[in-house]
Design a protein around this ligand. Structure first.
Ligand code: FE2
Ligand code: FE2
Length: 489
């Protein structure tokens, strides 16, 4: 076969079939039983979307991107669509020919196209946990459309929401195709748990928190979606090839979610600084005066960041973990950028320095690298977060205001892992429970902060207009002009 016809046939295999009831590039038509199972799940998904998806705006035309291919160039198209009519599809990144497992004890063996029996439970659990976060965030964000600071932001929220819905489809496809009856049951349960519900909560802590205001949304998409990115990057390394291909495509969508958070906070900071300069306020801690300008003071932004960073760090699980070691060793879940790391990718004799609290002090202790997989991913995450925070600080610096946003100490406000039992300030000062209770609001948002934020949120729905507390974006979605009607109200 010539190169040309080879690449042509590859393209045909990857093309997304949008004529089907469920758009897909996995040749769903050739698997009748799976197609029937997914078609039975589809109305339940839509029922969930209508009950737990965005409150209001379901009948409005929203300018959304829909994935129409999986090529890095030109994989999406933009058009007006009503959210319930969004074409949620099943899309896998192209198959890499001759791909081999990059790490663990099966390193060098061909990747698996079916689930190995010995890793079935482990894979199912990982897919369910990832899957559970997708609808959870939609539930957490469901009321925010009503207080959107602009049509641009409202549209971005809805874009994130429909894509989290698609990510749920991605995980449900894997469960239904590869895990038989248990997979179908798990797929149903993904629609039954509810974020913040006492009886049937979502699986992970951060996905049961409230997202009541837009600063919370931006912090969530910056820090919690970024945890999602790290998890997807690790699963994209998986020896279970369908999981790897699914995650690789999800990552292309995910980068927009973090963009929403990164630029959302940057625009908030930009407006705060601009309003302060205009009013001649030089002290960023003169909170009352700053808030009177209808913008969010920088210390509140710092406290919100502290909260979201600490709960997102908990999502990485215990720093030292046998489960993580087993998943790595099995070739099921790798490290961030596994193939770019220069070591033997088996780690049988390696160590990794993990921050621990021993005899009253924080020390770095070398532990077997296999058991420190989570610790390493958390470190990679913290570095990734810092790049975003540096960009925020540039905005403050450019406005000549004396304030720096910082990451809290790794042990600050943790509930899971090495520091779960400690009470630690953002600077790493360890204290007793009573002192923490008395002082925690120096570092975490107070009830009054949260009330201030909620009270500040008023909807702005005229095209091209923005709420008092946020600057317009530098460029529009898909190069649209500033007064573009992103949502037809
Ligand atoms: Fe997602
Ligand atoms: Fe996301």
């Amino acid at each position: 076969m010539s190169t040309t016809s080879e690449s042509l046939s590859a393209r045909t295999a990857d093309a997304v079939d949008y004529s089907a009831l469920i758009p897909n590039n996995v040749e769903l038509n050739s698997d009748r039983a799976l197609k029937r199972a997914l078609e039975r799940w589809q109305p339940n998904f839509l029922g969930w979307w209508k009950e737990m998806g965005p409150d209001g705006f379901q009948e409005n035309q929203v300018y959304l991107r829909t994935a129409v291919g999986v090529d890095k160039a030109g994989w999406a198209k933009f058009d007006y669509v009503k959210m319930p009519e969004y074409r949620w599809g099943i899309l896998l990144a192209p198959k890499e020919e001759n791909r081999t497992i990059a790490f663990g004890k099966h390193k060098g063996e061909p990747v698996w196209q079916e689930v190995p029996g010995e890793y079935r439970a482990m894979l199912r659990r990982l897919i369910v946990i990832q899957g559970d976060t997708e609808p959870a965030s939609v539930e957490q964000q469901r009321y925010l459309g009503k207080t959107a600071p602009s049509l641009y932001d409202m549209r971005n929220l809805f874009q994130v929401n429909v894509e989290e819905g698609r990510h749920l489809w991605a995980m449900v496809y894997l469960l239904q195709k590869y895990f038989g009856r248990d997979g179908r049951e798990e797929a149903e349960e993904l629609l039954q748990r509810r974020s913040g519900n006492a009886d049937s909560p979502r699986i992970l802590g951060a996905f049961n928190e409230k997202t009541p205001d837009w600063l919370s949304l931006f912090m969530f998409t910056q820090f919690t979606d970024r945890d999602g990115k790290m998890q997807l990057e690790s699963l994209a390394q998986s020896g279970f090839d369908p999981l790897s291909r699914t995650c690789r495509f999800m990552l292309m969508e995910e980068s927009f979610h973090m963009f929403t958070g990164q630029t959302g906070v940057a625009r908030t900071i930009e407006q705060t600084c601009a309003s302060m300069n205009e009013a001649g306020i030089t002290d960023p801690c003169d909170v009352e005066a700053v808030r009177a300008l209808g913008v969010i003071d920088l210390p509140t932004i710092q406290r919100k960041a502290n909260f979201h960073m600490s709960v997102s760090r908990d999502l990485f699980g215990a720093e030292v973990s046998t489960n993580a070691a087993n998943a790595f060793n099995a070739g099921v879940k790798g490290r961030f950028h596994e193939t770019q790391i220069e070591d033997d990718h088996q780690l049988t004799n390696d160590t990794y320095p993990v921050l621990r609290h021993k005899d009253g002090a924080f020390v770095k202790q070398d532990v077997p690298a296999l058991s420190a997989i989570n610790a390493r991913l958390l470190d990679d995450y913290i570095n990734d977060c810092q790049r975003g925070i540096d960009r925020w600080n540039k905005v403050i610096e450019k406005a000549n205001i004396d304030f720096t946003i910082k990451q809290p100490h790794k042990a600050f406000n943790r509930r899971i892992g090495e520091f779960a039992d400690l009470h630690v300030s953002t600077d790493g000062e360890v204290m007793d429970a009573q002192t923490w209770t008395d002082r925690q609001y120096e570092w975490l948002p107070t009830e009054a902060d949260l009330k201030f934020l909620v009270d500040l949120m008023h909807p702005v729905t005229a095209p091209g207009e923005f709420a008092s507390w946020i600057a317009p974006p530098k460029v529009g979605v898909n190069q649209q002009p500033g007064d573009f009607e992103y949502v037809r109200i």
